[in-house]
Design a protein around this ligand. Structure first.
Ligand code: UD1
Length: 312
């Protein structure tokens, strides 16, 4: 099979590339703005193209030169804060590139089996009803969330109107290897583990917790996310549909830190700061729709953390 993975050197993209490249040919497009080449395992089955999904000429070239079976569009500016600071620029990546890709797919990809678009739990915003199911109220609060929701809708409408085989997924809080901890808006688990690493090296290290630690998240381990992506891509009944990707469990940040102190064997000092503006208090996914196509999350948050720690 022939795969295109945009953002294939990033966190989720590189894990997907590495899982597929044993048996399949994968073309990766990544501008390496957050992703890293070393995230991708050495393999003759991977063709890496450094470039942005906003480069129309490049995208046209790649799509006209290849016939793909599956496309995973994972490239995005994943930082919500960045979208608030630079809405025009992030809109090009998070929305315009999707519409451009859909247009090119329609023109060039006659044998495509599925295009999967990565949306976000951010589309639900701060509407308090829990758990979030796919039909819950949508209340996007940031340019990031608006772009994800609009792009997701376009992706599904292309299925409805033009028969392009598409699906979308709304990721909750994904964690695992290759998540870049370098930005203050990186996933909280990657930041916490970076602080433990510093402590292990003997550096003075602490974790800054925004809020009281009672906020909850649905932390889903990358291997379960890969399982979800492959099911959504291959199940006939997933075509034209959007799915939450989480575990249906919620964990407070305080509990997360307690588990990690125990697993790492170090007590990480915590500094409490004001809650971040726009921070969502509680979030977790109803995953029954995904379970309906065969999904079964195999990792509790502690099991995921244990596996993740072994890779460091
Ligand atoms: C996550 C996604 C975001 C998506 C949103 C949808 C990531 C990186 N972000 O945001 O793209 O829009 O879900 O619901 O996956 N925290 C600290 N200290 C830190 C960093 C974070 O206390 O140094 C706190 C945050 O304030 C928050 C919690 O940890 O309360 C989780 O933060 P984060 O991992 O950034 O994820 P979300 O805010 O849930």
């Amino acid at each position: 099979m022939h795969y295109l993975i945009t953002g294939g050197a990033g966190f989720i993209g590189s894990n997907l590339t590495n899982a597929l490249s044993n048996e399949h040919h994968v073309v990766v497009i990544d501008d390496l703005s957050m992703g890293k080449l070393e995230n991708i395992n050495e393999s003759d089955n991977v063709t890496f193209i450094k470039g942005s999904v906003t480069d129309k000429a490049l995208m046209e070239k790649v799509l006209s030169e290849h016939s793909f079976d599956y496309i995973f569009h994972l490239a995005a500016v994943a930082s919500v804060a960045d979208s608030v600071e630079r809405p025009m620029e992030t809109h090009q990546v998070n929305f315009v590139s999707v519409l451009n890709l859909l247009d090119l797919v329609q023109k060039t990809q006659k044998d495509l089996k599925r295009l999967v678009f990565s949306s976000s739990a951010a589309v639900y915003g701060d509407e308090p009803t829990l758990p979030k199911h796919e039909e819950s109220v949508i209340r996007p609060l940031t340019p990031y969330a608006i772009d994800k929701f609009a792009a997701e809708k376009y992706v599904l409408v292309y299925n409805n109107l033009y028969g392009i085989p598409t699906s979308a997924v709304r990721f909750f809080n994904v964690f695992g290897p290759n998540q870049n901890p370098e930005s203050p808006y990186s996933g909280v688990i990657s930041i916490i583990l970076d602080r433990y690493e510093r402590a292990k090296r003997g550096e003075e290290s602490s974790f800054t917790l925004f809020g009281d630690g009672k906020q909850t998240r649905d932390f889903v381990y990358i291997e379960d996310v890969l399982q979800a992506l492959l099911l959504v891509a291959t199940k006939e009944e997933a075509c034209g549909q959007v799915f939450n990707v989480g575990t249906q469990n919620k964990t407070t940040l305080t509990d997360l830190l307690t588990y990690l102190d125990e697993l790492v064997g170090i007590h990480l000092p915590v500094q409490y700061e004001e809650e971040r503006s726009g921070d969502i208090k509680d979030s977790y996914a109803d995953v029954s729709k995904l379970m309906g196509i065969g999904y079964k999350p195999n990792h509790t948050v502690t099991e995921g953390l244990e596996k993740y720690l072994k890779t460091l």
